[in-house]
Design a protein around this ligand. Structure first.
Ligand code: 13P
Length: 252
């Protein structure tokens, strides 16, 4: 049995005090309540707090991930953060392709592929997000959209590189809307994604690859998602900002 992965994507929330307060208390509660989480837990705070968060979690089983990285090695890119910078502060994971990056910051597949390559160059593990819009789903195009997103990005990687990936299926219409995909919709898409990996990379990789669901996961619905055969965990936004809710999701 694969251990499930639960990732808290805090997006642009929490300042230094809130970030460190949450992480310290979270650790304390897990210890005090003897929560045997039996999951891989990853927290993804904003750039300025990655280092301190990582320091606090040293020696624990919790991990930290960045929410983004620039696609170039270094240079005149004011305001950006490079893969080597992340590596230099001990960060080993990054979320790429989130629909908020694609939407608000116009990140297209070609740039995402560059981000993938630079992340791999520095040995960063990648949580790669894919998902369709509501209009695309209404037109029943979701499977073509997902296939295209993978073919233009992740599928340019070798089987060895794929070992560093975890895929997050996040239907855009379900993000931050309270309108989660049904368990069946999610399972059907995850099965399809696994099938695409099977065709491209064979059985071993398609079984091993983690495929997480994201989009309005709550403490009430998490366990039903996690029960689905092809759902290996969750990428959680809003509900990961509330300690008790996040703990319940982990216990689910
Ligand atoms: P919500 O859980 O707030 O819908 O956000 C999901 C998400 O975007 C995680 O990356």
């Amino acid at each position: 049995m694969k251990k499930k992965i639960v990732i808290a994507n805090w997006k642009m929330n929490y300042d230094l005090h809130e970030t460190t307060f949450f992480i310290r208390n979270f650790l304390k509660i897990i210890f005090e309540r003897k929560i045997n989480h039996n999951k891989k837990i990853i927290i993804s705070p904003s750039f300025p707090f990655l280092y301190i968060s990582n320091q606090i979690l040293q020696g624990t089983s919790l991990r930290i991930s960045a929410q983004n990285v620039h696609h170039m090695d270094k240079g005149s890119y004011t305001g950006e953060v490079s893969a080597s910078m992340l590596k230099s502060i001990g960060i080993s994971k990054v979320i790429l392709g989130h629909s908020e990056r694609r939407g608000f910051f116009f990140e297209k597949n070609d740039v995402l592929l560059k981000k993938i390559k630079i992340s791999l160059k520095y040995g960063l593990k990648i949580i790669f997000c894919i998902g369709e819009t509501e209009t695309e789903r209404k037109k029943d195009q979701q499977f073509d959209i997902i296939k295209n997103q993978l073919e233009k990005t992740v599928f340019h990687c070798s089987p060895d590189e794929i070992k560093l990936f975890c895929i997050a299926y996040e239907p855009i219409w379900a993000i931050g809307t309270g309108k989660n995909a049904t368990y069946k919709q999610a399972q059907t898409m995850h099965e399809f994604i696994r099938y695409l990996f099977l065709k491209k990379y064979g059985e071993y990789i398609s079984n091993q690859i983690y495929i997480l669901y994201g989009g309005s996961i709550t403490d009430l619905n998490a366990k039903y998602f996690f029960l689905q055969k092809d759902i290996d965990g969750g990428l959680v936004g809003n509900s990961s900002l509330k300690m008790e809710k996040f703990l319940k999701i982990i216990k689910s």
